[in-house]
Design a protein around this ligand. Structure first.
Ligand code: 26Y
Length: 818
């Protein structure tokens, strides 16, 4: 046997089985014969982890020796999901592990299901970070992610018997997490509160007192596909400092000192469950500071080992900010350079503004972070001073270019005047970055013409750019849809499409190949059956696998308009009820599938869930309509559930009010798995071809006007949309439970209808009618599905990350030699 237990032949199932047994008897301290599925999963995961650690070490050693420019991706959310299947696929050891576990008497699929999701994110932004780190590893870029190790991930969503969302904690670390490596030796001090003393005749200040704690590192290795390279996500956990609060010790106040230390632990207790809705909580700012300060200290420590002058910092590092959440890092880098490293202010600012780049993910005003000044000052007094100075210099430049334009200064200032005053994080992010990007063509255009317009005039057009989002084809095809992956690989004659998704285009002509279409249909049907089994088992709903599976799977939010969908479902139900048996025969059967969480404090979003569930109860139990219509709300949406849903979808429902959804990424996952797009404006429609998609509704440039009319020249609902008025009457008749329940929801449409639900209702129904027509000709449907899926090469996160690397980061591939 090899001296190094990690040196196992990737094809040798027996050898791999031995490593699993080794972990059972040592790491788990159990008898090999006495192992349940959970133990088998854990031992298997530990065996895979050994492989990852080996690659992690090789990558680190190689990159240290090469000293290339590195990219650091700062994201407060990492929505990774499960790791076992993904890891063995990326390692190219899926079959070996399957065989190895079979030898031990286990079914690999069963082991996979023992794993809990790492759900350290809310939705799109967090999952994007996870796709990007997969691509960074696969592209062999020298890059790390940084985030927070929350003890509790996104809450578990339960539904009450009346359809209300209930939230339960997600204690994902209760079982040991085999995918993390604690680095108790990598810990940095973090200060909060305290006071500042300026140092005479210098830019420096001394920040002291207050509360100190430690940020401790936990690493999650992320293997690339078909490479030895392995990336890393370093997550920070808050810990009390040893000998914490000596004052209370001295005063003999032991209890108080213990309590203070448990307060520190609070900081990384839980992920904030708000998506695109800013709350302004102190604890959240503490999270942001602990995370960014620890990350910077870690990044700079690595830079200092290179023994280069500070002026070369941006030659060696780039920091990408995933939204404004890490923006305090800009002030923190200034503090470290000025106060601790003796760099003069002006020089420090030059250095800082060459290091950061900022990605914006939303134009919604309610999602933009702005911290109340008094709260900010209390927690981070030195940072506020630095921000004042940054703003002072910035305002000076604005005043120089636009003298006496007070209104412009007020609009652009990092400090929002008023009572109370605020620190605008997006403005700080722009002023402190060398590049700002949106996440889709239209979104990036809108950014420049709306919320960041003044900054475009100030910084110039080139300062703003677009990097269209993408998704990893490893998890979102290979892993979740193995049969489709096999068909693609077999037809193309190689699996290179997994690292070069543009190759999928070569399969476009297969839409005309009858045998290929047959194979395609079989796979889709298998995936639909697999989902139908889950729906039956978990929800007790029997669905028609020959119906159109239409999926709207995303966070619950008014702008995403799950309302439009459920109201249209009610309309369809009413039509079916009215129809004669003859007419019903001509109708196409649909299964509408929803999944998504509402922020716990978002009343209207929770009401929409309640409506969907109760409409589902009525429709699913109505024997009269046969299997023409089903409505499912799958609770506790997660990455793992997405992996079952997405391959089974026929229709991808993307119906946000035009211009409100920055990009969307479930649209990409659904399309590449062959779902047709039913939606408002969407960038993927361009690649798929408008005629493959069902587009409807007002366009982004019409929204303002319609919205204005809805508010100021209101037309009664029954004139704006007679169909919707009818639907509302039906709801009010109490068919779906006490009508009062939904009053505040229907009121939002009756009154201002900010999201244009009534204005787009008619055209949404018309678009569904077109879907019906195409479904009636199944051959045409399959052709469209194939043409859609194989046009999705552009939406690989490899393309996105390569765009970032070339256009923003200036980093290059550093492949670990074989
Ligand atoms: C400030 C705080 C409350 C906050 C927390 C989470 C603000 C925003 C978020 C999350 C935003 C998010 O997930 N945005 C989504 O990002 C995706 C990736 O770019 C986009 O595809 C999607 O359109 C956008 O809503």
């Amino acid at each position: 046997t090899a001296l190094d237990a990690n040196d196992v032949d990737p094809e040798d199932a027996q050898g791999v089985a031995n490593t699993v047994v080794h972990h059972i008897t040592t790491s788990l301290a159990r008898q090999a014969g006495n192992m349940d599925t959970l133990a088998a999963y854990q031992a298997t995961a530990l065996s895979v982890r050994d492989q990852l650690i080996k690659r992690w070490n090789e990558t680190t050693t190689y990159h240290t020796s090469r000293a290339p420019k590195r990219i650091y991706y700062l994201s407060i959310e990492w929505l990774i999901g499960r790791s076992l299947d993904n890891a063995v696929l990326n390692l190219g050891m899926r079959n070996t592990y399957e065989d190895a576990t079979r030898k031990l008497g286990f079914n690999f699929e069963d082991l996979l299901n023992e794993e809990r999701d790492a759900a350290l994110g809310n939705g799109g932004l967090g999952r994007l970070a996870a796709c990007y780190i997969d691509s960074m590893a696969t592209l062999c870029l020298p890059g790390w992610g940084y985030g927070l190790r929350y003890n509790y991930g996104i809450f578990k969503q339960l539904l009450s018997s009346t359809g209300e969302q209930l939230e339960a904690p997600d204690p994902w670390l209760d079982r040991e997490n085999p995918w993390e490596i604690p680095r108790l030796d990598v810990a940095y001090p973090i200060r909060f509160y305290g006071h500042v003393e300026s140092v005479p005749n210098s830019d420096k200040a001394v920040w002291q007192g207050g509360m100190e704690c430690l940020a401790v590192a936990y690493d999650t290795p992320i293997p690339g596909y078909a490479t030895k390279n392995c990336a890393n996500i370093r997550l920070w956990s808050a810990k009390p400092v040893q000998g914490f609060d000596l004052n209370s010790f001295n005063a003999g106040n032991y209890e108080a000192s213990v309590q203070a230390s448990s307060e520190v632990g609070n900081i990384t207790q839980v992920l904030y469950p708000n998506d695109n809705m800013y709350a302004g909580k102190l604890l959240r700012l503490q999270q942001q500071y602990l995370w960014t300060s620890a990350s910077l200290q870690d990044i700079l420590r690595r830079f200092l080992k290179l023994d280069k002058p500070w002026s070369q910092l941006s030659d060696f590092i780039c920091i990408q900010m995933n939204d404004t959440h890490p923006t305090i890092a800009i002030a923190e880098l200034m503090r470290i350079l000025v106060d601790e490293e003796d760099v003069p202010y002006d020089q420090a600012w030059k250095i800082t503004t060459k290091v950061f780049a900022y990605t914006n993910h939303t134009v919604l005003p309610e999602a933009l972070e702005k911290w109340e000044l008094s709260l900010f000052e209390k927690l981070l007094p030195r940072h506020l001073q630095l921000i004042y100075r940054i703003n002072y210099e910035f305002m000076g430049q604005v005043a120089k270019r636009w003298p006496n334009d007070m209104d412009r200064m007020r609009r652009m200032s990092i400090i929002e005047e008023g009572t109370p005053k605020y620190v605008r994080m997006a403005h700080l992010a722009i002023v402190g970055s060398f590049k700002v990007n949106g996440v889709a063509e239209l979104h990036s255009q809108l950014l420049q013409s709306t919320i960041f317009r003044d900054f475009v005039e100030f910084k110039g057009r080139d300062f703003f750019t677009n990097v269209t989002n993408g998704i990893t084809p490893r998890r979102w095809v290979l892993q979740c849809n193995p049969e489709l992956a096999e068909l693609v690989t077999h037809t193309l004659g190689s699996d290179q499409w997994l690292t070069n998704a543009q190759l999928l285009r070569n399969l476009l002509p297969m839409a005309e190949d009858v045998n290929f279409r047959k194979a395609w249909d079989v796979i889709k049907k298998n995936n639909k059956r697999r989902l139908a089994d889950v729906l039956e088992e978990e929800l007790g709903i029997l669905v028609n696998v020959d119906s159109i599976f239409a999926c709207q799977i995303k966070r619950m939010h008014e702008y995403k308009r799950q309302t439009l969908n459920i109201f249209a479902i009610i309309h369809r139900y009413m039509q079916i009820k009215k129809a004669t048996p003859e007419e019903r025969k001509k109708m196409q059967p649909w299964t509408f599938i929803f999944a998504g969480k509402a922020a716990p404090g978002y009343y209207i979003a929770k009401l929409v869930i309640r409506l969907i569930v109760n409409v589902g109860k009525v429709i699913n139990n109505d024997l009269d309509i046969g299997d023409l219509l089903n409505v499912c709300f799958i609770p506790d949406y997660s990455v793992s559930i997405a992996e079952v849903l997405i391959p089974a979808a026929d229709v991808s429902v993307q119906i946000s009010t035009a211009g409100t959804e920055a990009s969307g990424t479930s649209n990409m996952k659904l399309a590449i798995n062959g779902a047709l797009l039913l939606g408002t404006v969407d960038e993927i429609a361009e690649d798929a071809g408008e005629d493959q998609c069902f587009m409807f509704g007002h366009l982004a440039d019409q929204v303002q006007q319609v919205r204005f009319n809805n508010s100021y020249n209101p037309i009664p609902l029954d004139q704006r949309s007679p169909e919707l008025a009818e639907v509302f009457k039906y709801i009010e008749s109490g068919v779906f439970g006490d009508a009062h329940i939904y009053e505040s929801l229907t009121k939002t449409v009756y009154e201002h209808d900010y999201y244009l639900v009534s204005n787009d209702f008619g055209s949404y129904l018309a678009a569904q009618k077109l879907v019906d027509d195409v479904w009636a000709n199944r051959d045409e449907w399959t052709k469209k599905a194939i043409l859609t899926a194989f046009a999705m090469g552009d939406f690989s996160s490899d393309r996105s990350v390569q765009d970032y690397a070339d256009g923003i980061w200036g980093v290059e591939s550093e492949r670990v030699p074989e």
